[in-house]
Structure formats: C-alpha cells, structure tokens
Write a protein that binds this ligand. Sequence first.
Ligand SMILES: NC(=O)c1ccc[n+]([C@@H]2O[C@H](COP(=O)([O-])OP(=O)(O)OC[C@H]3O[C@@H](n4cnc5c(N)ncnc54)[C@H](OP(=O)(O)O)[C@@H]3O)[C@@H](O)[C@H]2O)c1
Length: 147
Amino acid sequence: MKAFIIGATGGIGRRVAERLATRGHQAKRLVRRRVQVEALSGLGIDAVLGDLVRVSVATLADVIRGSDVVLFTAGAGGGDGPEATTAIDGDGPDKVAQAMKIAGVSRFYLVSVFPEAWRERHMDEDFEQYMVEHPLTRQPGSPRTPS
Ligand SMILES: NC(=O)c1ccc[n+]([C@@H]2O[C@H](COP(=O)([O-])OP(=O)(O)OC[C@H]3O[C@@H](n4cnc5c(N)ncnc54)[C@H](OP(=O)(O)O)[C@@H]3O)[C@@H](O)[C@H]2O)c1
C-alpha cells in the first residue's frame, strides 16, 4: 500500500510511518523543512517539501496522486495562536480533501478528537479554539473563536 502522511514528523505521524514501513508499506511524507527532506531521502524515505498552510490545492493533489490512502496527523499544537489552529486543524483537512478529490484518492484517515474530550477540565483558550476548529467538532457556520 502507498500511504501519504501529513504530519509525519510529529508524535503520532512518526509512529504510524514507522509501523507502516515495518509492515512493508510505502509512506511518503509532506514535511516543512528542506533539511527534513534531505535527511529522510538519505534514509531512502520518500518525502516532499511543503507547508500545509501555503501549499496550493493543485500542488497538494500532484504530490498525493498515486497514493492509496492519505493520513492526516498534522496539528498546530496551539502554540502559534488561533490563526494557526484555524489554518491547520480547521482548514487543513478540507484542503487535503479537495486535493484528494482532484487526485482521485478516496481513502482518508484523520486523527481527530472526541467532542467530549476533557470537557470536565478547565482548558486554556488554545485548546478551546482547537475544539471549535476540529472536523469532528466543527459545526457549519460555527464561530471561529470559542464562545
Ligand atoms: N497526541 C494526542 O494525544 C492527540 C489527541 C487527540 C487528537 N490529536 C490530533 O492529532 C494531531 C497530531 O498529534 P501529535 O501529538 O502527533 O502532534 P505533534 O507531535 O505536535 O505533530 C504535529 C505535526 O503536524 C505538523 N505540522 C504542523 N503544522 C504544519 C503545516 N503547516 N504543514 C505541514 N505540517 C504541519 C508538524 O510538523 P513540524 O515537525 O514541521 O512541526 C508535525 O509533524 C494533533 O494536532 C491533534 O489534531 C492528538
């Protein structure tokens, strides 16, 4: 199987990529830094340079084309403010889905979050923004900032 992973340098994505490789699957990765592309290529791992926020849908479609499945394990992590959370966690999966449609790839795995996660805790605004934005919890027409 040919997988395309967005977020493969992160905690979840790295583990998924390693497990796919040990099972004999290919795991092509979108990474943000040229040095990461070079390091991975040196290990014989297929990696393409690209930032999910800046890459166009058409370019993303080009690099996804030929994959059997796309795995989305990217996330802003809350450290870069609400705009980054909206751009990556909120709009990112939509952008990838559009690119997949163009590329003719239909199998999409998204690491998301349960709507009820940590509702019993008092979480900071970054986390609340993440909950507003994430696809399983994002409501059509919902406000982009926590109410
Ligand atoms: N870990 C959990 O317990 C948990 C629980 C529920 C849901 N999730 C979801 O799973 C996601 C991944 O979790 P994680 O723990 O693996 O997070 P992580 O370690 O912070 O990894 C985030 C990944 O996203 C990439 N990324 C961020 N912005 C990007 C951009 N603009 N373009 C391309 N890639 C970008 C990062 O790349 P760089 O290396 O370049 O920064 C990194 O590979 C979370 O953000 C969340 O949505 C996680």
